[in-house]
Design a protein around this ligand. Structure first.
Ligand code: DC
Length: 232
């Protein structure tokens, strides 16, 4: 579909807790409004995978800084799916493993890591609009985004959804491990000193505990259409 004519390329920020369906929603928006989709969680996950592979001691600032210079993250479409590449290698499946999920919040709490990722994310804003999902998009990366959504859902429902997703992808999954992992990440993501997860003052809250994917999208789509008319 043609992108809506606005005076500038639109930026839509989607923040929220882990496994709330932010990426699903962002992909739907990208398709409907012809925007670039950026999953910033994938970037932190790719950095985490690199740190794990290279046995980086994250308490050693110099090791972290050096490692960051060797990390190149890119995205491409493979078989119709957004795919993450770390130094040229397809890591899409690996970055979703529980091993990475268990360590990603610690790595993403590091200011050096955040600085690099935020710079890369800001560079992605260009001639075509974008929809970006993460934890600090509306608060830090694009505080002037045209539209901001903050997504949340009941923690048990979130864990169940992640569990089903992993089974669907033939990945090993244990519901209790996922529940603990989500609680652990929520705690670190909301309590870290550098750009913690929080709702921006001007973000629209979406609680999708009882919303189907389609119902959530219809709601968000109508909000975006109204906004496009306003700024068009
Ligand atoms: O969206 P996700 O679950 O794939 O994100 C993985 C982790 O990355 C999440 O626990 C916190 C971190 N993250 C972040 O700190 N800032 C972002 N903009 C995106 C993700």
């Amino acid at each position: 579909m043609e992108q809506h004519p606005t005076s500038h390329p639109i930026i839509i920020a989607i923040d929220g807790y882990s496994s709330c369906g932010k990426s699903t929603l962002a992909k739907q928006i990208a398709k409907r409004f012809n925007l670039i989709f950026v999953d910033t969680g994938a970037m932190y996950r790719a950095a985490t995978l690199y740190f794990q592979q290279q046995h980086i001691d994250i308490s050693d600032e110099l090791q972290v800084i050096k490692a960051l210079t060797a990390i190149h993250i890119t995205f491409d479409i493979v078989d119709g799916y957004n795919t993450t590449f770390l130094n040229g290698k397809n890591v899409e499946s690996e970055i979703r493993s529980l091993a990475v999920s268990s360590f990603v919040s610690e790595v993403s709490a590091l200011s050096h890591v955040r600085r690099k990722m935020v710079a890369l994310q800001r560079d992605m804003a260009g001639k075509i609009g974008l929809v970006m999902d993460g934890r600090d998009i509306g608060t830090v990366v694009f505080p002037n985004a045209d539209l901001k959504f903050f997504v949340l859902a009941d923690p048990i429902i979130r864990a169940q959804r992640r569990y089903n997703e992993m089974l669907f992808k033939n990945q090993k999954a244990d519901l209790q491990d996922i529940i603990s992992n989500l609680a652990h990440r929520d705690k670190i993501d909301t309590e870290r000193a550098d750009s913690p997860l929080k709702q921006a003052d001007d973000a629209i809250l979406i609680d999708n505990t009882d919303l189907s994917i389609d119902a959530q999208f219809s709601l968000v789509e109508s909000i975006i259409l109204t906004k496009l008319k306003e700024i068009g």
